[in-house]
Design a protein around this ligand. Structure first.
Ligand code: ACO
Length: 405
């Protein structure tokens, strides 16, 4: 809750609001959420309409520029993003300098920050031309980077981007294609991933986005700010939840535990275990994204599913059923969030578990960029600098080592 405390030794009052439950950090025109009823809109457009009718690239344009593009503008935008997908050849050695077992989020964070060293003429956030170029380079190169990390982890040759392919199709081709072999991917899989990326594209002032804004408020360049966002997203209470859900389902399946038993453990807070993929700071009703993901999970698993995937989907649905009828979850307004069902889809598509959170990062990228640009262009912008309420020792004096008790 919101507490007000007087700072010791200074004049004036500061509000103490742990976790920023009630404190707005900014005004914004990008994303609207009403957590009580479960509404999410990007630039005024309901998420379900965008998920049904738009594409991830168009949504990226919308978030960043504020309006849907006309046909010619959209073609130009897509062409620019397609042209810049190649990574500098030196980046190959960058990837091999990490242990191949290293977590992809750590490599991704370093890689994005490292882009600043290759594109030094795109670092000034107050120059509209440089800002535009940094935007395009990030949108173009991050998918290539994510697929390189995935390939390197299992020792497959890296695949160059192909500008003739669409954004999501090319990402899948770089990740799952083979040199000199034709690439047959079910168009419904491309469409499903495209939709999942749309659902992740922005979510106003969440932990990673607030991080991007705070870092950028010092006029740090877009790569440094987005890389910091990747760090924030890696935590299991944020983007890392999609990976944690799969590990939880694995555990239930392998330990032969019933969903009732697992839910009991959660309610008793045994070993701090939580029902991963459940609960949200803002949504106090069903996350509108989770409903769309759940429907997609059924479709994708019906097409690509394995016996293992099907069993995990059953466990997930049982968990949801048990939780939604349990006083503990009902009284705390805990519903499935966007990440409860995504992992099952990613797994059916062939992504290893450690790639789930990088996929979230790929989706959130346009949101981070749009929010960074809104922050940097705001005439009222000041460096972010929260206050604190000091609770440590009052003044005391240094005691020589031999005199200490
Ligand atoms: N399982 C069990 N209990 C939970 C869960 C959960 N998933 N989430 C919240 N609770 C309980 C808490 O224990 C607390 O109960 P208490 O009052 O008895 O102590 C109460 O609900 C309130 O929880 P807070 O932690 O105060 O809620 P907060 O808004 O700070 O946290 C968060 C939100 C981090 C999402 C939380 O619900 C959580 O940890 N969920 C699991 C991780 C997860 O799925 N994260 C993804 C979030 S969505 C995203 O990043 C896309």
């Amino acid at each position: 809750g919101l507490g007000v405390a007087k700072l010791l030794g200074t004049t004036g009052m500061v509000a103490l609001d742990p976790g920023f439950t009630n404190t707005a950090s900014t005004t914004s025109e990008i994303t609207y959420i009403d957590g009580e009823v479960g509404i999410l809109r990007y630039r005024g457009y309901p998420i379900a309409e965008l998920a049904r009718s738009s594409t991830f690239t168009e949504v990226a344009y919308l978030l960043i520029n504020g309006e849907l593009p006309d046909a010619e503008t959209f073609e130009r935008f897509k062409r620019r993003i397609a042209r810049h997908r190649l990574l500098h050849e030196d980046f190959r050695s960058f990837f091999t300098s990490f242990p191949s077992s290293g977590h992809p989020m750590a490599i991704l964070q370093a890689g994005i920050a490292g882009l600043a060293t290759y594109y030094e003429d795109t670092l000034n956030p107050h120059d509209p031309y440089e800002r535009e170029l940094a935007t395009v380079l990030l949108l173009s190169k991050v998918p290539t980077m994510v697929s390189y990390i995935a390939r390197r982890a299992i020792g497959l040759p890296l695949m160059y981007p192909d500008p003739r392919r669409g954004y999501v199709e090319d990402f899948l081709h770089m990740t799952f294609g083979m040199p000199y072999q034709s690439f047959d991917i079910d168009p419904s899989v491309i469409r499903a991933l495209d939709m999942l990326l749309i659902l992740h594209a922005d979510h106003e002032q969440n932990c990673s986005t607030s991080t991007v804004r705070l870092v950028g408020s010092s006029d740090a360049n877009m790569y440094a700010s987005v890389a910091a966002g990747v760090g924030a997203l890696s935590g299991p209470l944020h983007g890392g939840a999609n990976e944690a859900v799969l590990r939880m389902l694995d555990r239930i399946q392998n330990d032969g535990m019933t969903t009732d038993e697992f839910v009991r453990k959660v309610k008793n807070k045994e070993d701090g275990v939580r029902l991963m993929g459940f609960g949200h700071r803002v949504y106090k009703s069903y996350d509108p994204r989770a409903a769309l993901v759940k429907a997609t999970a059924h479709d994708v698993l019906a097409r690509l599913g394995s016996a293992d995937g099907d069993r995990k989907l059953e466990i997930a649905m049982e968990l949801e059923e048990v939780a939604l009828n349990d006083e503990y979850f009902v009284s705390r307004n805990l519903y499935p969030n966007v990440d409860f069902y995504t992992g099952l889809i990613y797994q059916a598509m062939g992504f290893p578990t450690t790639m789930f959170t990088p996929l979230f990062a790929l989706g959130r990228l346009p949101g981070w960029i749009a929010q960074y640009r809104e922050m940097i262009s705001d005439p009222a912008k000041r460096i972010g600098r929260p206050r604190q309420v000091y609770t440590g020792q009052i003044e005391r004096h240094y005691v020589a080592m031999h005199r200490r008790e």
